[in-house]
Design a protein around this ligand. Structure first.
Ligand code: UDP
Length: 240
């Protein structure tokens, strides 16, 4: 029996969460700490889906600023998320957690295609499901992917793991020492005040579908479990 607050979660990891000090590439040692935390949560019986970004390898916007076609650059970003997903899968399976990767862009030799009902079945069988290749569409982000998949699989919450930030602030706490941390905030406030939580497409999707979001720091070990157990960490973002 699980004593966790949430039954089914979507864990959103940025690409940077998988990289070392310089924020680029994949660092197996860093991934280990995350997968250990995922293991703790999976062992509680919580169903875990993961959406991972690709910013540690490539961002479409940067490519387009360099003169590339935006859609092409975005497809490169989606492929970057597949690399990160495979690295996560490898690390999870190394510690005995059965994992499936599903991609929004078909690449059957590498992973399963995204099929909603199959993803739910895997979760029911307590397999960790990693959603790779974003939404499969350019001009979107992996934050939007997390919101979309959370709605589709009827997750109880999105756990948005941040590097070195422990919640939502009124301003950038690294720049403004008077910045105030919120315990709770609404999507409308996030949108109106331009709070740096997620992009507006993702925020709107969460707001319109009443998806709860918990923003917290993944840098401290054990925080994913604390978040799942409902301990008072981070900032909760709600529809109303
Ligand atoms: N991307 C996209 N469509 C999606 C998801 C992602 O085009 O549905 C591309 C986009 O170029 C983005 C890149 O993939 O910059 C990496 O994703 P993201 O920036 O969300 O990663 P994170 O910031 O979380 O590391």
């Amino acid at each position: 029996m699980t004593t966790a607050r949430y039954r089914r979660i979507v864990l959103k990891l940025s690409g940077e969460a998988l990289s070392g000090e310089n924020g680029f590439g994949i660092e197996p040692g860093v991934i280990k700490s995350i997968t250990q935390q995922v293991k703790e949560v999976a062992e509680l019986g919580v169903e875990v889906a993961v959406v991972v970004g690709g910013g540690n390898i490539w961002r479409g916007k940067v490519g387009s600023e360099m003169g590339m076609d935006r859609a092409n650059a975005d497809y490169m970003g989606m492929l970057a998320t597949v690399m990160n997903s495979l690295a996560l899968q490898d690390s999870l399976e190394n510690i005995g957690i059965p994992t499936r990767v599903q991609t929004s862009i078909e690449m059957r030799q590498v992973a399963e295609p995204y099929i909603r009902r199959k993803a739910i079945r895997h979760l029911e069988k307590k397999r960790v499901v990693i959603f790779a290749a974003g939404t499969g569409n350019p001009y979107f982000s992996t934050d939007t992917t997390a919101a979309l998949r959370a709605a589709e699989i009827e997750a109880d919450v999105i756990l948005m793991a941040k590097n070195n930030v422990d919640g939502v602030y009124s301003d950038d706490p690294k720049v403004n020492e008077d910045a105030k941390k919120y315990d709770k905030v609404s999507y409308l406030e996030v949108l109106n005040e331009g709070l740096g939580v997620m992009d507006s497409t993702a925020s709107s999707l969460c707001m319109d579908n009443d998806i709860d979001l918990l923003v917290f720091s993944i840098t401290e070990e054990g925080n994913i479990k604390k978040a799942v157990m409902g301990e008072n960490i981070g900032t909760i973002v709600r529809g109303k």
